[in-house]
Design a protein around this ligand. Structure first.
Ligand code: GLV
Ligand code: MN
Ligand code: MN
Length: 431
């Protein structure tokens, strides 16, 4: 039977994942970087993140997968199918987290992919294509402001100029870390994976939003991924004595920054409805100089993240926010610098894979929601070099990037089973 370019081999897989093993390994990874209130912190290129990857390598080795680690530390575990030279189905996500994040963001996609692939191997499921589990490094932007680092390198989407302003809170430059790994501006493109070696990319993730719970659906089939524009704003005024400087003689950088924070919220609210582009905007980090109680802030640095599912709406909001920043600086007679970090276009996922994932749900009688993703994912980079598809499971109360992040074990198992079903089809059917 031919469906949207894929030839259907079987409508339902009779291969079942090992739920106990999946939940056990997920739990073990969650303990790496555990902190107060059950929060998890594994920032990219930290010791905790490295330990997460080492544990994954141990699990991949136990499963008998062929391990390959690229220069950025993206970790691949390969199961060769019938034709070892055929393009591979890549399946995975990330193990790095935000600061004080949850147990499931990214981790579920990596451990779910591993569980699916080790089940395929154990049960000797015939596969026409190789299947690779991948853990991308640095999906989260929490350390450097730069998201989907590993997958962007694999997709050939990291540009030298993007790296200039990617610095962590301690002043460490992302560019210096990459250089220590042998990745320089001149050879960024050499990290790109040849698209002819890939058949598709699949990712299982928690929704990180409230839609599935509200609609009482256990699965989301993702159609597109909202894209961010990110930049830093640095207001420079004059640090001065808080007791002796009259109000009308001040050049307070923090008060200017506060106006901008409120303006970001106000402008984004005007474009937040679905039909207006579902724009969201956040000022999530700020640095103040000198940052003491008795001095007027001479410098304030803000990190701004604006996202939408349509490029036009996002670009309009970014223009309005930039105009407001300049107006505030003029009126308050401050210097302002706007430093771009990253500019991305919203990404549609592969329609044939959306269709295939819907069929996988139908085959098991699972009601699903077809929906866009507000959060960023490695799939948004991989979609630029290979057909990409994503499945979501519900997040309790829609909470993520928080220790309160939670997904029900039954939903984790269902999502992983559907991921397995879809891998069997994608590996065996023609695109
Ligand atoms: C990734 O979690 C993001 O910031 O969207
Ligand atoms: Mn995240
Ligand atoms: Mn994630």
């Amino acid at each position: 039977m031919v469906r949207s370019g894929f030839v259907m081999v079987n409508s339902i897989s009779h291969v079942s994942i090992n739920k106990r093993r999946l939940l056990r390994d997920l739990n073990s990874v969650s303990r790496i970087g555990i902190g107060d209130h059950g929060s998890v912190t594994r920032l990219v290129f930290s010791i905790k993140e490295l330990r997460g990857r080492q544990f994954l390598i141990h699990l991949m080795r136990q499963a008998g997968l062929q391990i390959n680690i690229d220069r950025t530390s993206n970790t691949f575990g390969r199961l060769n199918g019938g034709h070892a030279k055929a393009p591979a189905v890549l399946v995975g996500s990330h193990l790095d987290t935000v600061i004080h994040g949850g147990k499931f963001d990214g981790t579920m996609g990596v451990i779910g992919a591993l569980e699916a692939v080790r089940t395929l191997k154990e049960q000797k499921v015939p596969l026409a294509s190789p299947v690779e589990v991948v853990c991308f490094v640095g999906e989260e932007s929490s350390r450097f402001g730069y998201s989907t680092l590993g997958s962007s390198l694999v997709a050939g989407e990291v540009h030298g100029k993007d790296l200039s302003n990617a610095t962590d809170a301690q002043g460490t430059k992302l560019e210096d870390i990459l250089a220590s790994l042998g990745i320089h501006r001149r050879n960024l493109r050499s990290m790109r994976r040849d698209p002819s070696t890939l058949k598709a990319y699949m990712e299982l993730h928690i929704e990180q939003g409230p839609i599935l719970e509200a609609k009482e659906k256990r699965i989301g089939v993702v159609t597109s991924i909202a894209a961010p524009t990110r930049f830093k704003v640095i207001f420079t005024g004059q640090a001065d004595h808080s007791g002796t400087t009259p109000m009308e003689m001040r050049k307070d950088a923090l008060v200017a920054a506060s106006e901008v924070i409120v303006a970001v919220e106000k402008i984004c609210r005007r474009y937040s409805r679905m039909e207006k582009g579902r724009v969201v905007g956040t000022v999530g980090a700020m640095k103040i100089e000198p940052g003491v109680i008795n001095a007027i802030p001479g410098q304030a640095e803000l990190s701004v993240d604006i996202r939408s599912i349509t490029a036009a709406a996002k670009n309009r909001v970014v223009r309005l926010v930039h105009a407001k920043i300049r107006e505030v600086a003029r009126r308050r007679r401050l210097r302002v610098d706007i430093l771009p970090i990253r500019e991305e276009e919203p990404v549609p996922l592969d329609k044939r894979l959306v269709h295939l994932l819907k069929e996988c749900c139908d085959a098991r009688g699972i009601a699903y929601e077809v929906m866009p993703s507000g959060a960023g994912h490695d799939a948004m980079q991989m979609a630029k070099i290979t057909p990409s598809g994503m499945l979501f499971i519900p997040s309790r109360r829609g909470i993520s990037h928080s220790p309160l992040e939670w997904s029900e074990p039954e939903d984790i198992c269902l999502g992983t089973q559907l991921l397995l079903d879809s891998i069997i089809r994608v590996a065996n059917e023609t695109i």
